[in-house]
Design a protein around this ligand. Structure first.
Ligand SMILES: Cc1cc2nc3c(=O)[nH]c(=O)nc-3n(C[C@H](O)[C@H](O)[C@H](O)COP(=O)(O)OP(=O)(O)OC[C@H]3O[C@@H](n4cnc5c(N)ncnc54)[C@H](O)[C@@H]3O)c2cc1C
Length: 126
């Protein structure tokens, strides 16, 4: 699959925004906290949900593009932005949700002890 084919396939079921160089919003989306970083992704996938992230990862793999992930954009080294690859932008995804009987569990285990912390079902958004 060529890069162009992959970009087209990303657009089919993708519910977020897809930005290429020259598109309105492209330059704003590639800016991160460290203003010295000036990298230009071939494509920016602004994901809205988990399925969008899966689509973007698959599209980058199919096209052989380097993948980077932008969360808050505060990594000083600028690892959130790829030069010439596909950047997954998570900045539109601002909440986490667990429903029903689902529980988030974090645990640590060492040779001599183990502990776990479980949360009650909750919804968080910013
Ligand atoms: C002014 C300033 C203040 C800070 N204060 C604090 C603080 O108080 N406490 C604290 O804990 N930290 C602090 N930090 C550090 C910052 O929170 C960390 O760098 C954090 O990891 C940034 O998260 P982010 O979501 O903004 O990452 P982003 O900048 O969005 O970067 C994405 C992350 O994903 C990684 N990544 C990208 N592509 C891939 C890939 N393909 N595969 C695997 N990984 C990938 C990158 O290496 C990077 O770590 C500060 C940083 C700054 C600049």
């Amino acid at each position: 699959m060529t890069t162009i084919d992959s970009v087209a396939s990303l657009g089919e079921g993708f519910s977020g925004e897809v930005l290429a160089p020259g598109d309105p919003g492209y330059d704003a989306a590639r800016v991160i906290h460290n203003g010295l970083i000036d990298k230009r992704p071939a494509l920016i996938a602004r994901c809205r949900n988990t399925a969008d992230v899966v689509d973007a990862v698959n599209a980058a793999r199919d096209a052989g593009l380097e993948l980077s992930v932008r969360g808050g954009g505060h990594n000083v080294a600028g690892k959130a932005v790829t030069e010439g690859g596909l950047m997954i932008d998570l900045s539109l995804m601002k909440g986490t949700t667990t429903t029903g009987s689902a529980r988030l569990t974090a645990s640590t285990t060492t040779a001599s002890s183990s502990s776990s912390v479980a949360t009650t079902p909750t919804t968080c958004s910013t």
